[in-house]
Design a protein around this ligand. Structure first.
Ligand code: AKB
Length: 318
């Protein structure tokens, strides 16, 4: 079997995806690639690791050849809030990086997973029950790169028969690795602060409704899509997937069930609020269910219980 490559392997999703793929297929079978950040001991000791610069085309090609890579999970990206601060960097990493990955994959005939996001939608997209195929006039640099990335991946599929597949991730909530500069990061921070301070000041308003998902569901969705029967896929780049649609008020109420003294206050950050307001309230993910059997396992309260249990261990809080 040819090996797998996970780019962005030190990031929030990449770090856990790498470990799950290594458990499933063997440590040596999964090459983790990062940019600058030092990998954890767990990541370093469980299989091969390389630092790569994905905006340099030669580096990706060399790595693919050296490790005989057959499947790429291209998780390296600049997220929405950082993308608004550094739009040029977001374009370079998210678009040039993706283009070099796709070209290297084409030369070596690799399958490629590319994450898209709820950010691929914009203010004039239908906000409720957002269809799989609809208006995508994203107005953030991150969103622009996600729409263009979806189109580019579909182009490589139809033009070169390259097996590209992707998901429109909602906000992903997890306790292992912190997210790095997204608009949905509040939904992770709130759990840390609930345990540490019993209070949290949210950078989005109380009624900001967005799709979210717990990490185990996001990882299963990713691997299930890559293992799906290609004959059943009508869509490829990228599938709407969600587990629940919630506001900061909903998460606070869920946390209060386990920590009754928890309180939340609000100080919306204009940039991140505007980004969140341009995204759907809730997506219709029935195409993912129909085409490859998508079904989430965690609802909000089940996630809250598991998050708090695992974060208590991580933060050594009784
Ligand atoms: C972000 O907030 O930028 C990401 C995303 C929804 O793609 N978590």
């Amino acid at each position: 079997m040819k090996r797998m490559l996970v780019t962005g392997a030190v990031g929030q999703i990449g770090s856990e995806l790498t470990m799950l793929l290594r458990e499933k297929y063997g440590g040596d079978q999964v090459l983790a690639a990062g940019h600058h950040t030092k990998p954890t001991q767990k990541l370093e000791n469980s299989g091969p690791f390389e630092f790569i610069e994905i905006t340099k085309p030669g580096e990706v090609t060399n790595i693919i050849k050296k490790y005989e890579i057959g499947t790429i999970y291209h998780m390296a990206a600049i997220l929405s809030a950082v993308g608004e601060k550094k739009p040029q960097l977001a374009w370079d990493v998210n678009m040039n990086g993706l283009y070099y990955i796709l070209e290297a994959a084409r030369e070596s005939n690799c399958a490629v997973f590319v994450p898209s996001s709820i950010a691929a939608f914009g203010p004039n997209t239908p906000k409720d029950n957002t269809p799989q195929d609809t208006i995508q006039r994203a107005n953030t640099m991150y969103g622009v790169t996600k729409v263009a990335g979806e189109l580019l991946c579909d182009y490589y599929w139809t033009r070169f028969n390259l097996d590209t597949r992707g998901l429109r991730y909602p906000g992903i909530i997890s306790y292992e690795t912190l997210p790095g500069g997204g608009t949905t990061d509040y939904a992770v921070e709130i759990y840390y602060e609930a345990l540490k301070q019993k209070k949290y000041e949210c950078f989005l308003g109380p009624e900001t409704q967005l799709d979210m998902m717990y990490m185990p569901d996001a990882l299963n969705a990713t691997i299930e899509l890559m293992e799906a029967d290609p004959d059943k896929l009508v869509h490829r780049n990228a599938f709407n997937v969600t587990a629940f649609s919630i506001t900061p008020e909903h998460i606070a109420a869920s946390i209060k069930k386990f920590i009754p003294e928890f309180t939340i206050s609000y100080k919306p950050d204009p940039v991140r609020q505007a980004i969140a307001d341009s995204w759907p309230n809730n997506m219709d993910d029935s195409c993912a269910t129909r085409e490859w059997g998508w079904k989430p396992q965690y609802d909000l309260d089940a996630m809250t219980e598991d998050m708090l249990k695992n974060l208590k261990i991580k933060l050594q809080i009784n």
